[in-house]
Each structure stands twice: as structure tokens, then as C-alpha cells.
Design a protein around this ligand. Structure first.
Ligand code: IPE
Ligand code: IPE
Ligand code: MG
Length: 246
């Protein structure tokens, strides 16, 4: 797609894009390969997508890499994913910094092996002063767990408040403390799988049949075009949104 075309199409670019990167296993199985090879190929799609999103000027990109429910998978697959995370975080660190991408891992990282926690700290420290796109990697993340830890923080930190806190205060206590504008799910399923439940309240949903390892710039552009074509009404009438009187 030509840049000029893009500019016109994306007069409204979502500030916060979140992606449920699904379909690695099916991608591998369709080729007679083990699921882990699908995850490896998926890591290359992460790199492509992150670079393209940063180039386009997306403010925040949140990627669902491992859910709080994914521990239920066979141990060998979970272990392979942990090793892949370590390798990918290490190998991508310089690239992320050179693209000025501030990277954070969100989720309950305390449950991860030491090596992975070290790699997370390294990439977060190495990119802490970057001022470009913000990248959240959701790992051992669950939307309900995020809400629960915010409730616990609220009880601990705000118990002395006379008035009940408002939604903005509650949002600020979440691990991902921003509403999401566009949620993309690859792989054909149409569900949130416990991702960003609070933050997705008014997010536009884009479901792509593309399996995550095949996802590329064109698929991202398709999702952004879909977003640009939506009228976000937030409960109002279409006429109100367009500034017309009924
Ligand atoms: C998403 O792909 C990656 C993770 C959940 C870690 P899947 O592994 O869920 O792929 P499918 O859905 O089985 O094809
Ligand atoms: C959601 O995918 C989690 C990630 C993409 C990391 P799953 O493949 O785990 O979701 P379900 O189990 O099919 O809902
Ligand atoms: Mg899946």
C-alpha cells in the first residue's frame, strides 16, 4: 500500500491497539510441524508488526503473548514458550531501543522462571527512556486478574478515601491503565479470552482469519482501515457525533 494512500485512510489512527496473537499452533499443524515451530514463526510476525505500528505512529501497542490460562497447556509447550520469550526479548532489545520503543511486560511476571524475569528487567531498563511507541507485552496476563489486583491496590491505597473512587482512578490502578481503541484477534476465533476486559469497554473489534505467523503489514493496514471506517458513538446518536442537530 502506498504511503499517500495510508495517510488519507488513517486520518483517524487508534491511539491504543491491542492484538490477540492467535493461530500459531494451527499454522504449524497445517504444515505437519510441531506447535513450537508455529510459536517461533509467530515471533517473526511480532517483529514485523511492532515495527510497522511504530512507523505508522501508533501510541500504544499491547500484544497478548501468554494468558494466565495458558499454563494449562502441555508442560513441554509452556517450557518452549518460556525459552522463546527469553531468546526473543534478548535478541530484540537493541532493535526496540533503536526504534525508540518503550517496552514493558504486563501480567504476573513473578511466576516466570528467573532467566525470563531477568530478560524482562533488561529490556524494560534498556528501553525505559525511549519516547516513541509504547509496547506492552502481556505475559501471564488475565483481564480478571488485572481487575482483581486493581481492587486489591484500591483497598490498600485508597481505603481512607471518604468518597468512592471514580472510573479514572480505578483505571489508573490497572496493569494496562489505558482504554484500548482497537482490538485485533487473528486466527478466526471471535472471543476476548480474558484479555483487557475493563479496557476494552468501547474498543472496536477486528477479527482476522489470518493465522498469527502469517500476519504482516497488510493485515495491520486492513485492521486500521476498518477502524478508520467506524463511527465511534460512545452511546450518542450518529447526528450528535457528527455535530448535527436532530
Ligand atoms: C497463540 O497461538 C499463542 C499462544 C497462546 C501462546 P496458539 O498456540 O493458541 O495457536 P492455536 O490457537 O492453537 O492455533
Ligand atoms: C489467547 O489465545 C491467548 C493468547 C493469544 C496469548 P488462546 O489460544 O489461549 O485462547 P483460547 O484458549 O482459544 O480462548
Ligand atoms: Mg489459540
Amino acid at each position: 500500500m502506498k504511503d499517500q494512500h495510508l495517510k488519507a485512510a488513517y486520518s483517524v489512527l487508534p491511539h491504543h491497539v491491542a492484538i490477540i496473537m492467535d493461530g500459531n499452533g494451527r499454522w504449524a499443524q497445517a504444515r505437519g510441524l510441531g506447535r513450537v515451530l508455529g510459536h517461533r514463526q509467530g515471533a517473526l510476525a511480532v517483529r514485523r508488526t511492532v515495527e510497522e505500528a511504530a512507523r505508522l505512529g501508533i501510541g500504544i501497542l499491547t500484544l497478548f503473548a501468554f494468558s494466565s490460562e495458558n499454563w494449562k497447556r502441555p508442560q513441554a509447550e509452556v517450557q518452549a514458550l518460556m525459552s522463546l520469550f527469553v531468546r526473543t526479548l534478548r535478541s530484540e532489545q537493541d532493535n526496540l531501543r533503536s526504534h525508540d520503543i518503550r517496552t514493558r511486560v504486563v501480567g504476573d511476571v513473578a511466576k516466570f522462571p528467573d532467566k525470563l524475569r531477568e530478560a524482562i528487567t533488561e529490556v524494560e531498563d534498556a528501553t525505559a527512556s525511549c519516547g516513541g511507541m509504547r509496547l506492552n507485552i502481556a505475559a501471564n496476563y488475565g483481564g480478571r486478574a488485572d481487575i482483581m489486583q486493581a481492587v486489591c491496590r484500591l483497598m490498600a491505597e485508597h481505603s481512607a478515601l471518604a468518597a468512592p473512587p471514580d472510573e479514572a482512578v480505578f483505571t489508573s490502578l490497572l496493569q494496562v491503565p489505558e482504554d484500548v481503541d482497537l482490538i485485533i484477534r487473528t486466527g478466526g476465533e471471535r472471543r476476548l479470552s480474558n484479555f483487557l476486559l475493563w479496557q476494552a469497554a468501547y474498543g472496536e473489534l477486528f477479527f482476522s482469519p489470518t493465522l498469527w505467523p502469517d500476519f504482516g503489514a497488510d493485515d495491520l493496514h486492513e485492521a486500521l482501515q476498518f477502524f478508520a471506517s467506524r463511527e465511534r458513538r460512545f452511546g450518542m446518536t450518529s447526528a450528535q457525533v457528527r455535530g448535527h442537530r436532530e
